[in-house]
Design a protein around this ligand. Structure first.
Ligand code: SF4
Length: 467
């Protein structure tokens, strides 16, 4: 398995890993390829076409602005979310696009950025075609990309922009593709799951860089929670959904004596952390895919729980938490899917719940079998979960669903830690069941906002459909 922990935890912007993060990365990659091939100076026009779900719902997800930002050289992990709208206004008013900040071309939005509402490319629902032309209209370059969830971008042959990692796949000291293989390595080597991941990650970079990178991910998660707990008002998109996290935090810190009377107050904090992240995501703020934007609140919420409420929690525990969550996420990505468009919300919130459950179990002292058990419990009780966002926005039920996923993850870790790691359904079997269930799930429950809550809660505009 070539993907590494930083593929699952990507710093990006909301509201969608597939519709915002992926398209921005794809456009940046295309522009960078033009530069690498020496074609940038000849380019006089770039035409973009978005297909399938990206075309049908890209406006609401910000796919259009993500593509333009990518051409301008912005990356999801570094772009300042507050600068996007002013930049976009400048592009629209000047009708100029400054490719990579180096080369200005004319830009006519109606002909140069086309969102096809009813056309799809066969390979995947989220397709993009970019074309560059010279001043006589001759085609200089053309590429087709697919945004397959979690911010991953592929063409029909490979993950885009990840070639060095693919080469490193064969060199992994402890390669694994299934939970069974991972447990066998842990047993043979007397290693924890985070140990195995840390050794494998050493193929890509020195251990200290891995640790520093994961602590940076944690810092972005903390910043996201902090911002999410201070912002008030209405979320964008037209449904007038109120942000709740700031008020909830105020209530929690104003009445500390309450928490002494009610030991379950700790759950209020876990809820708060998850709501804060997903409100930030819905508002287009800075988030970490974990493994996607729609499910971005679960891992940070449970990690905040560990750091704040578990005695002896420390930075090494944070690193091990993220490594273990990463190992579990890779199993889902390799053997099923982390895309709501492909398997429903079980692939996003379910995967995130399993990741957080297993990770918490390890940092609370669970052995690898208990970790695998916790992750299995985390997905087992999300099986069949449909993707049915009301109004097509990543708000209802998504924001609360993350809070529920986080609480389930804490409970899954606790159930597992009370046992000896032996259990009935393996994680591999649960992941396969998730994949099969996703295959059998009607399309309307996967990415269309044409089923479930999305049609029973009426009189809201339908804008977007997946996260
Ligand atoms: S319901 Fe759909 S859009 Fe919402 S979190 Fe789940 S997968 Fe994402």
């Amino acid at each position: 398995m070539a993907a590494n922990v930083f593929d699952l935890f990507k710093i990006g912007i909301g509201p969608s890993s597939s519709h915002t993060v992926g398209p921005m990365r794809a456009a940046l990659f295309f522009a960078s390829e033009l530069e690498r091939e020496g074609l940038l100076s000849q380019c006089q026009r770039i035409k973009s076409e978005l297909f399938g779900s990206l075309g049908a719902t890209g406006k609401g997800h910000g796919s259009d602005l993500a593509v333009l930002m990518g051409f301008c050289g912005e990356a999801p992990d570094t772009v300042d979310p507050d600068c996007i709208q002013p930049k976009l206004t400048e592009i629209r008013e000047s009708k100029k696009l400054n490719i990579l900040g180096q080369h200005i071309v004319n830009f006519t939005e109606s002909t140069d950025l086309i969102l096809h509402k009813r056309k799809s490319l066969s390979f995947h629902p989220n397709g993009m075609r970019f074309e560059a032309f010279d001043d006589e209209g001759n085609l200089l370059s053309q590429s087709v990309y697919f945004s397959v969830g979690g911010g991953f971008v592929v063409n029909e042959n490979a993950i885009v922009g990840e070639d060095p990692l693919k080469e490193a796949e064969e060199d992994l000291p402890y390669p694994f593709k299934t939970g069974k293989e991972l447990l066998a390595i842990c047993a043979e080597q007397q290693m924890s799951i985070s140990d195995v991941m840390l050794e494998n990650e050493a193929v890509y970079r020195p251990e200290q860089e891995t640790r520093a990178g994961l602590l940076e991910i944690w810092q972005v998660m903390k910043d996201c929670v902090k911002r999410g707990t201070t912002q008030e008002g209405i979320l964008p998109g037209g449904m007038k959904v109120k942000r709740r996290a700031a008020k909830m935090r105020e209530a929690l810190i104003e009445r500390p004596e309450k928490s002494m009377q009610d030991p379950l107050t700790v759950l209020d904090w876990v809820n708060l952390y998850a709501l804060a992240v997903n409100e930030e995501n819905a508002a287009g703020g800075r988030v970490v895919t974990a493994p996607t934007n729609g499910a971005a609140g679960i891992v940070p919420a449970v990690l905040h729980y560990y750091k704040r409420f578990v005695s002896d929690a420390n930075d090494d525990g944070v690193v091990r938490f993220l490594l273990t969550a990463g190992a579990i996420g890779l199993l889902f990505k390799e053997n099923a899917s982390i895309s709501g468009a492909e398997v429903g919300c079980q692939g996003e919130v379910g995967s995130a719940c399993a990741m957080a459950a297993g990770a918490l179990c390890e940092v609370l002292g669970g052995n690898p079998m208990q970790v695998e058990n916790a992750a299995e419990i985390g997905i087992e009780h999300n099986l069949g979960l449909t993707c049915d966002p009301v109004g097509g926005l990543v708000q209802v039920p998504c924001i609360e669903r993350n809070a529920m996923g986080a609480i389930k993850a804490v409970n899954a870790a606790r159930i597992s830690l009370r046992g000896d790691g032996k259990h009935f359904v393996s994680l591999d079997e649960a992941i396969k069941t998730m994949k099969d269930t996703g295959k059998d799930m009607k399309e309307k429950y996967k990415e269309t906002s044409r089923g479930g809550l999305a049609i029973n809660v009426i009189e809201v505009p339908v804008n977007i459909v997946e996260c």
